[in-house]
Ligand binder design. Sequence first.
Ligand SMILES: [Zn+2]
Length: 70
Amino acid sequence: MANKAAVAKNKKQIMKMKNGNSKFKSVKFKNRCQVCGRPRGYIGRFKMCRICFRKAALNGELPGVRKISW
Ligand SMILES: [Zn+2]
């Protein structure tokens, strides 16, 4: 998938940021879903996008996460 390239690029960017090598502040830097690489709808707390988060939550893969209802 094309998204994988984006994820790899993002990882490189993160490494660069950590190393402090980059002279310029990256404007293109964006948090990306670690599962599918989606740049939008990212949930920082789970490091996933809303879609992967939903799937994982419904599968019970996220401890303590429950669908809310009252
Ligand atoms: Zn995702």
